[in-house]
Each structure stands twice: as structure tokens, then as C-alpha cells.
Design a protein around this ligand. Structure first.
Ligand SMILES: *Cc1c(COP(=O)(O)O)cnc(C)c1O
Length: 361
């Protein structure tokens, strides 16, 4: 146990039930926020203190707060779902708690006890559970994050941090549901280098990826895929999702966790589910040249991206400076759909939870 008790300060002016219902009709992603947030402070020497659930609102920071200058910041992304029986649940939140600490370690930030992470999320879901949209694919997206709040411009790990959790009501991530997305393969920019922060879920990785994402949009694509920084040969992942490749011989492949790829919890769940279903899956490097060649020869039949926000999303077309190619039929493939169905059924409590992934709240 952490010994910390949360002070709960309910929002004195919550959104009315009627306005909330209107907001939840078409929430999109990351723009409808709930009435509350969690805040916990960290001070070197004292540790974690002043845990509270309070009205969501702006925070006050000194302009010299270290995060604004040196980007010492990490985050997590997870979803609270309504189960078929009406209960509320989280999917593998212990894995998020562990990964949060792995990210903290890489960014020279303090560890947050796993139980405190879980309790913070439980508290926020409990007070804002009416913000979970009832519609198919709807969820409460939880965003735990931590940043250096100390007012100090010297370059060293900060001595003060804020940990917060906010929540956003979300519909399906990509507008248009399970429609296949188009991918731009960036050969100008890389996301993560050996020894860098690629395996940490930190804001800095996203900051560095935005120019490539912008380029993808300019090229008419939905998302950007990055190659490895050392050889610019191997496919790594998208800006915020891992990739899987499905072959005509029934095998599957995903790039290995070498330190430059974010270890996705969805990725891990799909590896497990695929093996449960008797598929042969390997974590092995796959080159951009092979991806193109195999798609053109028909040896590769599907590619999908996966992550908490978008779950499982088919990749239909791939574009690069060297030309375009289509994956399979250009639409969602069978294995992609099967994985999406298997995963969401467990998350929603309509299929047996053989791996104990669902935490009922
Ligand atoms: C969060 C994230 C993922 C997906 O991780 P999940 O745990 O499956 O949500 C993949 N890649 C990057 C870069 C990420 O930040």
C-alpha cells in the first residue's frame, strides 16, 4: 500500500446530464473531457503527497518549470469500458503502471508505486463513469501523465513533479470505423535511435514525429511509418501504433522490441491471442524493401496497426518517395478483422478472459 489517501473535491459546477448526453453523441477523440482530474505531487525528500481528485481545470506553473524547457514528461493511454453486463472495466492497467515506471526510469523521473497509479485511475473512473459513451466503440480514454514542475533552469533531473490523470470520452479513433488507412513511409525523418527514448512513452518522441506526420498528411496519407534510424531499412512502427504483417502462408510478424519501439500493450495482447488461435507469429525485423516486394508478389496479404486508441486498424495502401503499393485488396483483411473481434470481445466482456486481462472496477 502507498499510505496516500485521496482527498475528493467534487466539481461544484459539473456539466449537466443533458449537455453531457449531447457531447457523448459524437465525441471524436481527445476533445470531450470529464468533470474531474487527479493530481498528486512529488517533492524530492518527501516523496508523493497531496493526492486529490478535483474539478478539471487549468493548472498554474512557473514559467521556468523544467518541463517547458527540457521536456521531462511521460504519459500513458488506457481505456475504461462498459462491459456487456453494465460493469466498468480496465484492460491490463497493471501493464500500463509498469510501463509508466519504465518510462519514468528512462527520463530520470521518480517511480510511482503501481498501486498508486491504479488507485488514481480507479478514483477518476469512479467519479466520472457517466462519461463513458454507450455507443459501440465508445470508451473513457484515460491519460495519466507526469512532468517536471520544478522552477529551475539548470540542466539536471528535476526535484519536483506533478502526476495527473485526465479522462476523455471517445468514440472510434479513426473516423469511419474499421476502414483501411493509408501510410506514408518517412525516409527523411526517424522517430527513435539506438540508446534514445523510443521505448519510453514520452511527449518528446511525439514532438519529434509531428513533422513526419505533417508530411504524411501533405502526401494524402492518414499516418506515418518510421524506419530504423541506423540503417533506414527496417520498419519500426507508426507515430503512436505498432505494426503487424500477415502472410499468405498464415504466419504473422511484428518488429522486435530492440529499444527503439514502444512496447505496446495491444501488441502484446495480439501476440498472445494469435498464438492462442494457433497462428505462428514471430517478433522479427522486416525491411521496407521486403514489405513492398511481398505485397506486390502476394506473399504478404495484410498489414495492421494496433494501439489502445485505435485498437486494430487495417493498412490499405503504402506510399513513399519510391512509389505506392497496395496491401491485399486495399481493404480490411480477414486476420485483421479476426484480431479486432477477438480483442474487443475480451475487452467488452463478451468472450472469456483466459489471461486475466480485464480488471473490473
Ligand atoms: C502508446 C504507443 C503505442 C501503443 O501502445 P498500446 O499500449 O498498445 O496503446 C505504440 N507506439 C507508440 C509510439 C506509442 O506511444
Amino acid at each position: 500500500m502507498t499510505g496516500l489517501t485521496f482527498t475528493v473535491e467534487p466539481n461544484a459546477q459539473p456539466v449537466s446530464a443533458q449537455d453531457r448526453a449531447t457531447l457523448l453523441e459524437n465525441p471524436g477523440f481527445g476533445k470531450v473531457f470529464t468533470d474531474h482530474m487527479v493530481v498528486i505531487r512529488y517533492t524530492e525528500g518527501t516523496g508523493w503527497h497531496d493526492a486529490k481528485v478535483t474539478a478539471r481545470g487549468p493548472i498554474s506553473l512557473d514559467p521556468s518549470a523544467a518541463v517547458l524547457h527540457y521536456a521531462q514528461e511521460i504519459f500513458e493511454g488506457m481505456k475504461a469500458y462498459k462491459l456487456a453486463d453494465g460493469a466498468t472495466a480496465l484492460f491490463r492497467p497493471q501493464a500500463n503502471a509498469r510501463r509508466f515506471n519504465a518510462s519514468a526510469d528512462r527520463m530520470a523521473m521518480p517511480q510511482l508505486p503501481e498501486e498508486l497509479f491504479l488507485e488514481s485511475v480507479r478514483q477518476l473512473v469512479a467519479i466520472d463513469k457517466d462519461w463513458i459513451p454507450a455507443a459501440e466503440g465508445g470508451a473513457l480514454y484515460l491519460r495519466p501523465f507526469m512532468f517536471a514542475s520544478e522552477a529551475f533552469l539548470g540542466v539536471r533531473p528535476a526535484h519536483e513533479y506533478l502526476y495527473m490523470v485526465i479522462a476523455s470520452s471517445v468514440g472510434a479513433y479513426f473516423k469511419g470505423g474499421a476502414k483501411a488507412v493509408s501510410i506514408w513511409v518517412s525516409e527523411d525523418y526517424t522517430r527513435a535511435a539506438p540508446g534514445g527514448t523510443g521505448a519510453a512513452k514520452c511527449g518528446g518522441n511525439y514532438a519529434a514525429s509531428l513533422i513526419a506526420q505533417k508530411q504524411a498528411i501533405e502526401k494524402g496519407c492518414d499516418q506515418v511509418a518510421f524506419l530504423d534510424a541506423a540503417e533506414k531499412k527496417w520498419i519500426e512502427e507508426l507515430g503512436g501504433m505498432n505494426l503487424f504483417f500477415v502472410f499468405a502462408d498464415g504466419t504473422m510478424k511484428t518488429p522486435p522490441l530492440t529499444g527503439t519501439i514502444l512496447p505496446g500493450i495491444t501488441r502484446d495482447a495480439i501476440l498472445t491471442l494469435a498464438r492462442d488461435q494457433g497462428l505462428t507469429v514471430s517478433e522479427a525485423p522486416y525491411s521496407f524493401a521486403d514489405w513492398r516486394r511481398d505485397a506486390e508478389s502476394g506473399a504478404l496479404v495484410e498489414t495492421f496497426a494496433c494501439g489502445t486508441a485505435a485498437v486494430v486498424t487495417p493498412v490499405g495502401t503504402v506510399r513513399s518517395a519510391g512509389g505506392d503499393f497496395t496491401i491485399g485488396t486495399g481493404g480490411p483483411g480477414q486476420t485483421t478483422q479476426r484480431m479486432h473481434t477477438a480483442l474487443t470481445a475480451i475487452q467488452r466482456g463478451t468472450a472469456p478472459d483466459a489471461h486475466d486481462w480485464v480488471l473490473r472496477l
